[in-house]
Ligand binder design. Sequence first.
Ligand code: SF4
Length: 186
Amino acid sequence: MALLPQIDNLEIFRPKMDTIRDRLHAIATFSADISPVFPYLNAELGGWEYDQQHQTLMLKLSDGKWITLHAHQIAFRGMKDMEETHALVKWITDQINDTYERREQITPRYTSQAGLKVIEILRNLPMTNCKACGYATCMAFATALREGETTPQACPPLWEEKYQAKREKLLAYLAEFGWRPLDYEV
Ligand code: SF4
């Protein structure tokens, strides 16, 4: 049986705040408890923040969209229209059920991307401020990388042989926190 067989209620609304009122928010509620899937979903999707104590998992998607999962509720924000909202609800429902079904093949993860420190990322960049990545400084690149807005591949010098040790450390550090870029679309 699916962990989340059905959404009992879906409320879609426009937030009142001026800055984001052109985007939709939504709240899905259900009687099922989906928290058992969180560490597996965090491993599979690269959660932005996983709070094990309060059983919440936040996923940061591209284009300013967020999904926050609680045991009996999922909050969505930043969708451009109803069609995208319904597609996102279906996508996360499928992810929950599929991931839970495959949980025995997945190593659960309890760390999350929010734990990444910009300074640790910076330490493993070439630190030449050469701008080849399109950012003014390595610090600006490190900050964007933590957010998933760019990738290690966008720093050409990092892939030179002389920076191999830094590159390997950086990739291992990112992997430890389940880092992923924001470029995948639902
Ligand atoms: S390309 Fe790499 S070394 Fe150059 S500024 Fe960007 S992050 Fe720094």
